[in-house]
Design a protein around this ligand. Structure first.
Ligand code: SOE
Length: 398
């Protein structure tokens, strides 16, 4: 058997997402037969000591202190962007113009204008065989991928309701630190873009329907926080005595939506909630669908299960739990024996598997930047509606 050609990766950023992506690049070829062999060629970050330590810990062959060096290097084929949203557009466009494939963390950008420029660059690059993908990783959680399959097979009939919640609680502590995720100039928005974006993408992807309009509320509960530190849970701590700075993003986003019906005859309605103040909910990314023939319910806190109510079952049979660990379920056959289960990091590994496969076949990977732009337009409509007394707001481009 001939050895697969290398795919030499340069990653920008090495914190939470950088660690998840590094693990995925290392692990994917150990469990899946990939048509290209990922190489962890270089990681970039501004601080020389920290980036060198991250390279050693996460398994990268070299470190750079400026992302532009990754783009200049001719031993790098793909740029993996794991930085805050304010840098996505500049890095992605420069990489694509230099002929490098791009994987970019979500949300794609901090504004629709940036996302449009990134999509134009991605489309131009794709015509030259250079591809890009946005990291909506939950698409690759087996149970959510199975939900999409069941909806596409018609198991739910016409979708009527979408209920999407993304609930965390790490900001409930008023002394949790003022990280970049709470600075609008860096993150674009708060709960809305950081976690609500996942729900929007998952809901549109699983149902095959686009959101056309929204009515929204945004709320910031704690308006000042201690400066310094990182994400609580990643070792960061605030402190009641530290100087405080302003929180410039939403703590919670609540919105109702209408979908376009996709290829079906009826349009779905939806209710979304994204918050980092839901005490006791640590990472409850939930999606529930009600259709004319049945319902599905999924929760990342119970990620190896998908709950299915089939109206054709005997009356009141209730929801049945599908344990999504069978070999015929999406992605699971490459892992452990039935019932042994997967975790958060596996979705990132599957993302690498799908990205590498698409690049090797010369096909556009999904979600494309154009798909992510559609999410960005929903985020913008939510912000516009909330700023205007929850007025019904059409999603641009819908
Ligand atoms: C990354 O995909 C991400 O959205 C993070 O940015 C969130 O903070 C995390 O809680 C869920 O995953």
């Amino acid at each position: 058997m001939t050895e697969p050609k290398p795919l030499r990766v340069g990653m920008v950023g090495y914190a939470f997402m950088g660690a998840a992506h590094s693990h995925a690049w290392r692990t994917a070829p150990r469990f899946f037969d990939l048509p290209l062999a990922p190489q962890l060629t270089a990681v970039a970050g501004r601080d020389p000591e920290r980036v060198a330590a991250a390279a050693a810990k996460l398994g990268w062959d070299s470190a750079e202190t400026d992302w532009r060096r990754l783009i200049d290097r001719d031993d790098i084929d793909l740029i993996d962007i794991c930085t805050p949203g304010d840098t996505h557009a500049e890095i992605a466009i420069a990489a694509l113009e230099a002929g490098k494939h791009v994987l970019c963390e979500k949300p794609l950008a901090n504004s629709v204008e940036e996302a449009e420029r990134m999509t134009a660059a991605a489309d131009a690059a794709a015509a030259r065989g250079v591809f890009s993908m946005c990291g909506f990783s939950y698409r690759r959680t087996p149970a959510l991928a199975l939900a999409k399959r069941l909806v596409a097979e018609g198991a739910l009939g016409e979708i009527r309701h979408v209920r999407a919640q993304y609930l965390q609680d790490w900001l409930s502590d008023a002394d949790a630190p003022l990280t970049w995720r709470l600075d609008k100039s860096k993150s674009g928005s708060g709960s809305l873009g950081d976690i609500g974006a996942h729900s929007i993408d998952a809901a549109q992807w699983v149902t095959g329907q686009a959101i056309t309009g929204v009515s929204a509320l945004l709320e910031t509960f704690v308006r000042e926080r201690p400066v310094g530190g990182d994400f609580v849970g990643l070792g960061g701590r605030g402190g009641a005595d530290a100087p405080r700075g302003p929180v410039t993003v939403d703590d919670a986003a609540v919105f109702s939506v209408r979908f376009d019906g996709g290829t079906g005859s009826s349009t779905a309605v939806g209710v979304f909630e994204a918050t980092r103040f839901a005490l006791g909910r640590k990472n409850a990314m939930r999606l529930e669908l009600n259709g004319s023939k049945g319902s599905l319910a999924f929760d990342v806190e119970d990620m190896n299960s998908l709950w299915f109510y089939d109206a054709a079952d005997e009356p009141n049979a209730g929801f049945r739990k599908i344990q999504v660990t069978e070999a015929e379920h999406p992605y699971t056959g490459n892992w452990w024996p039935v019932g042994h289960g997967l975790g958060y990091e596996h979705a990132f590994t599957h993302q690498v598997v799908d990205l590498v496969g698409a690049i090797a076949r010369g096909e556009q990977p999904a979600p494309s930047f154009a798909d992510a732009l559609r999410v960005q337009r929903v985020l913008a409509a939510v912000e516009a509606s909330a700023a205007d007394d929850s007025r019904w707001t059409k999603v641009g481009g819908a």
